[in-house]
Design a protein around this ligand. Structure first.
Ligand SMILES: [Zn+2]
Length: 401
C-alpha cells in the first residue's frame, strides 16, 4: 500500500535539494550553450516554432495534430478552491476561531515541523475540525481524469506544500469520503500509478522519536478522543504528510527524473510556482515542449537578469522569442472546461462531473445537507449560458489591443 510509495519523508532526505541542483545545472548548460560550447540534439533553434500560435488554440492544435502522447500535469492549491475546502485562515470562520486560542505565530505554523515538535495540539485540532467535511473533485480534477482516459496523461504531480495551505486541507478532505482517505485526484478516478503526490500520505503515521509506524485507524481514534497521538516511547506520532521543513517523498524525485525527458506537453494548473521544487521542475521539460499555465495570474516567469545571461529558467510568456509558453488567466475550472470544449470533450466532461458527483453523494448520505447546496451551485455552474468562457490567452489579449 502506501509503503510501496516510499512515503516516509525521512527516507527522501536531501532529494528536493538535488532537484534544485539539477535546475542550476540545467541553467549552466544553457549558459554554456549560449557561449557555443554545447548544443543538445533535441534543442530547438531560435527560428523554429514549437506552437503555431502561442495561445490556447495553439495548444489545442498541438494536442490534436502532433503525436502528443505524454502530457504531464502539475497542480497547486488553485485547482481545489472550487471544491469548497474551507480556508482556516479566514477570520470569522469557525476553524480560525478554534485555532486562535493556540496563539499561532502564523497559521502556516500548523504545518511547520519545528512548531509541530513543540506544540502538536493545533494540528490535531485542525485535523478533527476538518475530518467530517464533504468535498468533491472539481471540473479541473475530472478534466485530468479525461486526459488520462484518453491516453494522454503521463503523470499528474500535485503540490500540497503550498503557501495557500488550502491544499493541506485536501488531506483531511479525504476522510469524508468513507472507505479511504483518497485525495481529490484519486476520488476523481485518476489511477494511483499516474499520481505523484508531493505531500505524502495520511494512510500511515510515524513516531517522531522511535519511527514506529501507526495505522490510520489508530490515528483517527486518537484524533477523535482529543488526544495528542503519543507513541509507547512517549514520542508524538505524526501522519506521514509532508510538513514545511521536511523532505519530499522519494517517489516525487524519482518520477521527476524519469518522466520529464518524455514530456510532450506540460500543463500547470492553479500554482503560483513559487514553492520549490515545483518552481524549478518546469524547466526539466525538453526545450521543444510547450508549457501551458492555467492560473489566476502569470507565474513562474524567468528572471530578467538571468535571462540576459542566457541562464534564464522559468516561464517566458512575453518575450518575442517565445513559441511555447502559454498563460491562460482565470479559474482552473473555467480554463479546463474551455480547453475541453476546444478539444471537443466538453459534453463528456460535464457528464462525468455530474454522474461522479451523484455517485459520491449516494455513498455519503451524511453529506446530504451539504450536497443539496452543492447541487444547486453545480447546476448553475454547469449551465452553458452562465459560463462566460472567454479566451484569456495573454497573446490573444495582446493582439486584440
Ligand atoms: Zn516512539
Amino acid at each position: 500500500m502506501a509503503s510501496a510509495d516510499n512515503n516516509d519523508p525521512q527516507e527522501a532526505s536531501g532529494s528536493s535539494s538535488n532537484l534544485m541542483m539539477d535546475g542550476l545545472i540545467e541553467g549552466m548548460r544553457r549558459y554554456f550553450e549560449r557561449l557555443g560550447f554545447h548544443r543538445r540534439d533535441d534543442e530547438v533553434t531560435d527560428k523554429q516554432k514549437i506552437l503555431e500560435e502561442v495561445t490556447l488554440d495553439g495548444v489545442v492544435k498541438y494536442i490534436q495534430s502532433k503525436p502528443c502522447k505524454n502530457v504531464i500535469t502539475m497542480a497547486g492549491a488553485g485547482i481545489s478552491t472550487s471544491a469548497g475546502i474551507p480556508d482556516f485562515r479566514s477570520p470569522g470562520s469557525g476553524l480560525y476561531h478554534n485555532l486562535q486560542k493556540y496563539n499561532l505565530p502564523d497559521p502556516q505554523a500548523i504545518f511547520d515541523i519545528d512548531f509541530f515538535k513543540e506544540n502538536p495540539q493545533p494540528f490535531f485540532t485542525l485535523a478533527k475540525e476538518l475530518y467530517p467535511g464533504s468535498f468533491k473533485p472539481t471540473i479541473c480534477h475530472y478534466f485530468l481524469r479525461l486526459l488520462n482516459d484518453k491516453g494522454f496523461l503521463l503523470r499528474h504531480y500535485t503540490q500540497c506544500k503550498c503557501i495557500q495551505m488550502t491544499c493541506a486541507n485536501i488531506l483531511f478532505a479525504n476522510f469524508s469520503l468513507g472507505k479511504n482517505i483518497d485525495t481529490l485526484e484519486r476520488v476523481a478516478g485518476i489511477p494511483e500509478e499516474k499520481l505523484v503526490e508531493a505531500h505524502g500520505t495520511f494512510y500511515t503515521s510515524h513516531c517522531l522519536i522511535c519511527r514506529k509506524e501507526y495505522s490510520l485507524e489508530w490515528m483517527k481514534e486518537q484524533i477523535f478522543a482529543d488526544n495528542v497521538p503519543t507513541c509507547s516511547c512517549n514520542g508524538v506520532v505524526k501522519p506521514d504528510i509532508v510538513f514545511f521543513g521536511e523532505s519530499l517523498p522519494a517517489r516525487f524525485t524519482e518520477k521527476v527524473q524519469m518522466d520529464f525527458n518524455d514530456c510532450d506537453l506540460l500543463i500547470i494548473l492553479g500554482s503560483s510556482l513559487v514553492v520549490q521544487p515545483f518552481a524549478s521542475i518546469i524547466d526539466r521539460a525538453p526545450s521543444n515542449c510547450p508549457r501551458l499555465l492555467i492560473n489566476r495570474e502569470k507565474a513562474g516567469q524567468r528572471d530578467r537578469v538571468m535571462q540576459l545571461m542566457g541562464m534564464g529558467t522559468g516561464m517566458d510568456f512575453d518575450s518575442e522569442d517565445n513559441t511555447r509558453d502559454v498563460a491562460w488567466l482565470g479559474d482552473c475550472d473555467d480554463g479546463c472546461r474551455l480547453l475541453a470544449k476546444k478539444l471537443g470533450w466538453e459534453d463528456e466532461l460535464l457528464e462525468m462531473v455530474k454522474s461522479e458527483h451523484a455517485k459520491i453523494d449516494a455513498e455519503n448520505p451524511k453529506n446530504e445537507d451539504n450536497s443539496k447546496k452543492d447541487i444547486k451551485k453545480e447546476d448553475s455552474s454547469l449551465k452553458q449560458e452562465d459560463l462566460n468562457l472567454k479566451d484569456k490567452d495573454t497573446k490573444t489579449e495582446a493582439s486584440n489591443l
